[in-house]
Design a protein around this ligand. Structure first.
Ligand code: ATP
Ligand code: MG
Length: 216
Protein backbone atom coordinates (compact mmCIF):
# COMPACT_ATOMS: atom_id res chain seq x y z
CA UNK A 1 0.00 0.00 0.00
CA UNK A 2 1.41 3.37 -1.04
CA UNK A 3 0.41 6.35 1.09
CA UNK A 4 1.27 9.87 0.02
CA UNK A 5 1.11 12.74 2.50
CA UNK A 6 0.80 16.02 0.74
CA UNK A 7 -0.33 19.62 0.99
CA UNK A 8 1.26 22.56 -0.75
CA UNK A 9 0.89 24.57 2.42
CA UNK A 10 4.18 24.54 4.33
CA UNK A 11 4.37 23.49 7.96
CA UNK A 12 1.04 21.67 8.18
CA UNK A 13 2.67 18.49 9.55
CA UNK A 14 3.37 16.35 6.48
CA UNK A 15 6.83 15.18 7.63
CA UNK A 16 5.82 14.71 11.27
CA UNK A 17 2.82 12.59 10.30
CA UNK A 18 4.79 10.64 7.65
CA UNK A 19 7.55 9.72 10.09
CA UNK A 20 5.13 8.71 12.83
CA UNK A 21 3.06 6.58 10.48
CA UNK A 22 6.10 4.93 8.89
CA UNK A 23 7.82 4.25 12.21
CA UNK A 24 4.54 2.97 13.67
CA UNK A 25 4.00 0.63 10.73
CA UNK A 26 7.58 -0.68 10.89
CA UNK A 27 7.17 -1.31 14.63
CA UNK A 28 4.18 -3.50 13.78
CA UNK A 29 6.58 -5.68 11.76
CA UNK A 30 5.45 -4.59 8.32
CA UNK A 31 8.24 -4.05 5.81
CA UNK A 32 8.04 -0.29 5.42
CA UNK A 33 9.68 2.26 3.13
CA UNK A 34 9.67 6.01 3.55
CA UNK A 35 10.45 8.10 0.47
CA UNK A 36 11.45 11.66 1.23
CA UNK A 37 10.84 13.75 -1.90
CA UNK A 38 11.44 17.10 -0.24
CA UNK A 39 14.78 18.82 -0.82
CA UNK A 40 14.63 19.99 2.82
CA UNK A 41 15.18 16.25 3.60
CA UNK A 42 13.38 16.51 6.94
CA UNK A 43 12.66 12.78 7.25
CA UNK A 44 16.03 11.62 5.93
CA UNK A 45 18.02 13.88 8.22
CA UNK A 46 15.86 13.32 11.29
CA UNK A 47 16.03 9.55 11.06
CA UNK A 48 19.40 8.86 9.41
CA UNK A 49 21.27 8.23 12.66
CA UNK A 50 18.58 5.93 14.02
CA UNK A 51 18.34 2.79 11.90
CA UNK A 52 15.20 0.72 12.56
CA UNK A 53 14.38 -2.80 11.67
CA UNK A 54 11.71 -3.02 8.96
CA UNK A 55 12.20 0.61 7.88
CA UNK A 56 14.13 1.72 4.78
CA UNK A 57 14.38 5.40 3.92
CA UNK A 58 14.92 6.64 0.39
CA UNK A 59 15.94 9.96 -1.04
CA UNK A 60 13.41 10.65 -3.79
CA UNK A 61 12.32 13.62 -5.83
CA UNK A 62 11.43 13.96 -9.42
CA UNK A 63 12.05 10.22 -9.85
CA UNK A 64 9.48 9.19 -7.23
CA UNK A 65 7.39 7.26 -9.77
CA UNK A 66 10.38 5.18 -10.94
CA UNK A 67 11.47 4.60 -7.35
CA UNK A 68 8.00 3.42 -6.32
CA UNK A 69 7.85 1.04 -9.28
CA UNK A 70 11.18 -0.46 -8.19
CA UNK A 71 10.23 -0.77 -4.52
CA UNK A 72 6.58 -1.64 -4.41
CA UNK A 73 6.88 -5.43 -4.55
CA UNK A 74 9.41 -5.44 -1.72
CA UNK A 75 7.40 -3.55 0.90
CA UNK A 76 4.05 -3.89 2.61
CA UNK A 77 3.80 -0.12 3.02
CA UNK A 78 5.46 2.82 1.29
CA UNK A 79 4.97 6.30 2.76
CA UNK A 80 5.84 9.32 0.64
CA UNK A 81 6.57 12.72 2.18
CA UNK A 82 6.24 15.61 -0.24
CA UNK A 83 7.61 19.15 -0.36
CA UNK A 84 5.57 22.30 0.07
CA UNK A 85 5.12 24.37 -3.10
CA UNK A 86 6.46 21.81 -5.62
CA UNK A 87 3.43 21.12 -7.73
CA UNK A 88 5.36 18.79 -9.99
CA UNK A 89 6.62 16.37 -7.30
CA UNK A 90 3.34 16.51 -5.39
CA UNK A 91 1.54 15.55 -8.58
CA UNK A 92 3.80 12.57 -9.27
CA UNK A 93 3.63 11.39 -5.65
CA UNK A 94 -0.17 11.52 -5.79
CA UNK A 95 -0.32 9.64 -9.08
CA UNK A 96 1.48 6.60 -7.65
CA UNK A 97 -0.54 6.52 -4.41
CA UNK A 98 -3.17 4.06 -3.22
CA UNK A 99 -4.17 6.50 -0.51
CA UNK A 100 -3.63 10.24 -0.10
CA UNK A 101 -3.57 12.05 3.24
CA UNK A 102 -3.73 15.82 3.34
CA UNK A 103 -2.62 17.06 6.76
CA UNK A 104 -4.22 20.33 7.65
CA UNK A 105 -4.38 22.64 10.62
CA UNK A 106 -7.82 23.39 12.00
CA UNK A 107 -8.04 27.00 10.86
CA UNK A 108 -10.10 28.58 8.08
CA UNK A 109 -6.96 29.96 6.43
CA UNK A 110 -5.28 26.56 6.25
CA UNK A 111 -8.47 24.88 5.11
CA UNK A 112 -8.96 27.40 2.29
CA UNK A 113 -5.34 27.17 1.19
CA UNK A 114 -5.77 23.42 0.54
CA UNK A 115 -7.73 24.27 -2.62
CA UNK A 116 -4.81 23.89 -5.05
CA UNK A 117 -3.83 20.58 -3.50
CA UNK A 118 -7.39 19.28 -3.80
CA UNK A 119 -7.65 20.48 -7.42
CA UNK A 120 -4.39 18.65 -8.20
CA UNK A 121 -5.75 15.54 -6.51
CA UNK A 122 -8.92 15.58 -8.64
CA UNK A 123 -6.85 16.11 -11.78
CA UNK A 124 -4.53 13.21 -10.93
CA UNK A 125 -7.50 10.89 -10.38
CA UNK A 126 -9.07 11.92 -13.67
CA UNK A 127 -5.86 11.42 -15.62
CA UNK A 128 -5.06 8.13 -13.90
CA UNK A 129 -8.63 6.97 -14.52
CA UNK A 130 -8.92 5.57 -11.01
CA UNK A 131 -10.33 6.64 -7.66
CA UNK A 132 -7.57 7.22 -5.16
CA UNK A 133 -9.00 7.54 -1.66
CA UNK A 134 -8.07 10.99 -0.44
CA UNK A 135 -8.71 12.25 3.10
CA UNK A 136 -7.95 15.30 5.21
CA UNK A 137 -6.15 14.76 8.48
CA UNK A 138 -6.56 17.47 11.09
CA UNK A 139 -3.22 18.15 12.75
CA UNK A 140 -2.14 20.26 15.71
CA UNK A 141 -5.67 20.33 17.06
CA UNK A 142 -5.76 22.03 20.44
CA UNK A 143 -6.56 19.26 22.96
CA UNK A 144 -8.48 21.70 25.14
CA UNK A 145 -11.00 22.86 22.56
CA UNK A 146 -13.69 21.05 20.71
CA UNK A 147 -13.93 22.66 17.32
CA UNK A 148 -14.53 19.36 15.54
CA UNK A 149 -18.12 19.88 14.47
CA UNK A 150 -17.56 23.44 13.30
CA UNK A 151 -14.37 22.56 11.42
CA UNK A 152 -16.01 19.50 9.86
CA UNK A 153 -18.90 21.63 8.60
CA UNK A 154 -16.51 24.29 7.28
CA UNK A 155 -14.55 21.67 5.32
CA UNK A 156 -17.72 20.08 3.91
CA UNK A 157 -18.93 23.47 2.67
CA UNK A 158 -15.76 23.88 0.59
CA UNK A 159 -14.73 20.39 -0.47
CA UNK A 160 -16.04 16.91 -1.18
CA UNK A 161 -12.87 15.38 0.30
CA UNK A 162 -13.77 13.63 3.57
CA UNK A 163 -12.08 14.14 6.90
CA UNK A 164 -10.45 11.26 8.79
CA UNK A 165 -12.10 10.72 12.17
CA UNK A 166 -8.67 10.36 13.78
CA UNK A 167 -6.81 13.57 14.38
CA UNK A 168 -3.44 14.55 15.78
CA UNK A 169 -3.41 17.05 18.60
CA UNK A 170 -0.87 19.73 19.28
CA UNK A 171 1.53 17.94 21.61
CA UNK A 172 5.18 18.47 22.54
CA UNK A 173 5.65 14.69 22.21
CA UNK A 174 5.76 15.05 18.41
CA UNK A 175 8.87 17.23 18.54
CA UNK A 176 10.40 15.59 21.58
CA UNK A 177 10.25 12.03 20.25
CA UNK A 178 11.72 12.92 16.84
CA UNK A 179 14.71 14.55 18.57
CA UNK A 180 15.70 10.97 19.40
CA UNK A 181 14.63 9.57 16.03
CA UNK A 182 11.55 7.99 17.60
CA UNK A 183 7.87 7.98 16.84
CA UNK A 184 5.50 9.00 19.61
CA UNK A 185 4.64 5.28 19.96
CA UNK A 186 8.26 4.29 20.64
CA UNK A 187 8.68 7.33 22.90
CA UNK A 188 5.84 6.35 25.23
CA UNK A 189 3.46 3.68 23.98
CA UNK A 190 0.68 4.50 26.42
CA UNK A 191 0.74 8.29 25.85
CA UNK A 192 -2.19 10.17 24.31
CA UNK A 193 -0.02 10.90 21.26
CA UNK A 194 0.77 7.19 20.79
CA UNK A 195 -2.93 6.34 21.07
CA UNK A 196 -3.93 8.83 18.40
CA UNK A 197 -1.26 7.65 15.95
CA UNK A 198 -2.33 4.01 16.47
CA UNK A 199 -5.94 5.03 15.90
CA UNK A 200 -4.94 6.82 12.70
CA UNK A 201 -3.02 3.79 11.41
CA UNK A 202 -6.03 1.57 12.05
CA UNK A 203 -8.44 3.96 10.38
CA UNK A 204 -6.30 4.30 7.24
CA UNK A 205 -5.96 0.56 7.01
CA UNK A 206 -9.70 0.02 7.50
CA UNK A 207 -10.65 2.52 4.77
CA UNK A 208 -8.13 1.03 2.39
CA UNK A 209 -9.52 -2.49 2.90
CA UNK A 210 -13.07 -1.21 2.39
CA UNK A 211 -12.15 0.57 -0.84
CA UNK A 212 -10.34 -2.51 -2.08
CA UNK A 213 -13.41 -4.68 -1.45
CA UNK A 214 -15.59 -2.20 -3.36
CA UNK A 215 -13.31 -2.56 -6.39
CA UNK A 216 -13.18 -6.40 -6.30
N1 ATP B 1 0.77 17.36 16.10
C1 ATP B 1 1.78 18.21 16.33
N2 ATP B 1 1.96 18.72 17.58
C2 ATP B 1 2.97 19.60 17.82
N3 ATP B 1 3.83 20.04 16.90
C3 ATP B 1 3.68 19.59 15.64
C4 ATP B 1 2.66 18.65 15.29
N4 ATP B 1 2.75 18.39 13.97
C5 ATP B 1 3.79 19.12 13.51
N5 ATP B 1 4.35 19.85 14.50
C6 ATP B 1 5.46 20.81 14.39
O1 ATP B 1 5.11 21.73 13.35
C7 ATP B 1 6.26 22.08 12.58
C8 ATP B 1 5.99 21.75 11.09
O2 ATP B 1 5.81 20.33 11.00
P1 ATP B 1 6.35 19.52 9.73
O3 ATP B 1 7.77 19.88 9.45
O4 ATP B 1 6.01 18.11 9.98
O5 ATP B 1 5.40 20.13 8.61
P2 ATP B 1 5.57 19.98 7.03
O6 ATP B 1 4.22 20.08 6.45
O7 ATP B 1 6.36 18.76 6.73
O8 ATP B 1 6.43 21.26 6.69
P3 ATP B 1 7.10 21.58 5.24
O9 ATP B 1 5.94 21.98 4.36
O10 ATP B 1 8.05 22.70 5.51
O11 ATP B 1 7.76 20.32 4.75
C9 ATP B 1 7.41 21.30 13.18
O12 ATP B 1 8.08 22.17 14.07
C10 ATP B 1 6.75 20.16 13.94
O13 ATP B 1 7.51 19.72 15.06
MG1 MG C 1 8.07 18.52 5.52
Amino acid sequence: MIITLTNQKGGCGKSTATMNLALGTAAMNYKTALIDTDEQKSCLETLEEYPKSNLSIYDGGDDVDTLVAELKDDFHFIFIDTPPHSHHIMYKAMAVADFIIIPLQASPLDIRSAKRTIDACHKVQKEAGRDIPCYFLLNRVNPRTNLSKEIGAYIRELYTVPLLQSRLHNRVAYAQSLMHGKSVIEHNRSSDAAMEVKKLLKEVHRIFQKERKKKD
